[in-house]
Design a protein around this ligand. Structure first.
Ligand SMILES: NC(=O)C1=CN([C@@H]2O[C@H](COP(=O)(O)OP(=O)(O)OC[C@H]3O[C@@H](n4cnc5c(N)ncnc54)[C@H](OP(=O)(O)O)[C@@H]3O)[C@@H](O)[C@H]2O)C=CC1
Ligand SMILES: CC(C)CCC[C@@H](C)[C@H]1CC[C@H]2[C@@H]3C(=O)C=C4C[C@@H](O)CC[C@]4(C)[C@H]3CC[C@]12C
Length: 263
């Protein structure tokens, strides 16, 4: 379904975003990748071309810069004259620990993880209307249910649900055929996630390659939400609606609290 489609992937230099780029390359899509680290993006672009991408290019920069979203969309318009899918996936650095009281960090993370998503979607919407394309928003179970040690991060992910679920309703009211897929992910085995939480969370993380493929498929099928891994995420959301306090205590009981880093 994605052969020849024009796709932007943010946060594509590592983790799930990198894996999405490789899947899309094998599907022979046109790719525009973004992240901060140019050296990593160059390597991912090279690999995408080897795997069969119809074309692959990148823009490097930090998504807390307010001018970058428009720059990215300008590049898509110049290179392709349009856009079929916008995959919003990047996140800024945040640590898995007690809230430190650093309000500045919350403000910055909101900018990187939330406001830039709004800005990218806004800049992309005219092109996506034309192609009847798709917006894919990568979120987390932590954007539906708040566990400990992710307060700033969780806030940014809850914000995405509020904004993009409202926008989806407006597009339907307006009879605009642009789909919005919100991806609710559990623990995935990316380097940064394993580094951040494996000393506290004993669970086995789900594979990033399969996760990446499910995100792309959910977007292409224009689904409203993806739950991955499905049974774990869906059952947590169900339990949350039936017995929220029970779920909260189950979540707390699964953490190795003695290993939480206090610095
Ligand atoms: N892994 C997990 O367990 C889970 C992940 N998710 C979600 O999946 C998505 C991907 O996560 P994952 O693959 O683990 O993350 P990674 O840390 O592996 O990748 C994050 C990407 O974002 C880029 N990035 C970091 N800071 C910025 C910035 N300031 N501006 C622009 N780009 C930036 C990074 O590249 P660079 O440093 O070069 O900028 C990298 O390409 C996220 O939305 C996350 O919330 C959801 C639930 C669980
Ligand atoms: C009910 C749930 C709140 C708790 C159960 C699942 C837990 C173990 C899972 C589900 C979502 C996961 C986090 C996530 O979404 C993304 C990141 C960002 C990354 O940079 C560092 C790791 C972190 C904080 C993950 C940590 C582990 C979390 C909380």
């Amino acid at each position: 379904m994605l052969r020849g489609k024009r796709v932007i992937v943010t946060g594509a230099s590592s983790g799930i975003g990198e894996q999405m780029a490789y899947h899309l390359a094998r599907m022979e899509a046109h790719l525009l990748l973004t992240a901060r680290t140019e050296a990593k993006l160059q390597k991912v672009v090279e690999r995408c071309l080897e795997l069969g991408a119809a074309s692959a290019r990148y823009i490097s920069g930090s998504m807390d810069s307010p001018s970058l979203p428009e720059e990215v969309l300008r590049e898509a318009e110049n290179a392709w004259g349009g856009l079929d899918m916008l995959i919003l996936n990047h996140i800024g650095q945040s640590s898995f620990t007690f809230f430190s009281g650093d309000v500045g960090h919350v403000r910055k993370l909101m900018e990187t993880n939330f406001v830039s998503y709004v800005a990218l979607a806004t800049a992309a919407l005219p092109l996506l209307k034309e192609s009847e394309g798709s917006i894919v928003v990568v979120s987390s179970i932590a954007g539906k249910i708040a566990g400990p040690f992710t307060a700033p991060y969780s806030a940014t992910k809850f914000a995405l649900d509020g904004f993009f679920s409202s926008l989806r309703q407006e597009l339907i009211v307006d009879k605009v055929n642009v789909s919005i897929t919100l991806c609710i992910l559990g623990y995935i085995n990316t380097e940064s996630a394993v580094r951040a939480v494996s000393h506290v969370i004993p669970d086995t993380p789900a594979p990033k390659e399969e996760c990446a493929l499910e995100i792309i498929q959910a977007g292409a099928l224009r689904r409203r939400e993806l739950h991955y891994p499905a049974p774990a995420v869906s059952s947590m959301l169900l339990l949350r609606s039936l017995a929220p306090e029970l779920l909260d205590s189950l979540v707390r009981s699964r953490y190795r609290l003695e290993n939480v880093r206090r610095t």
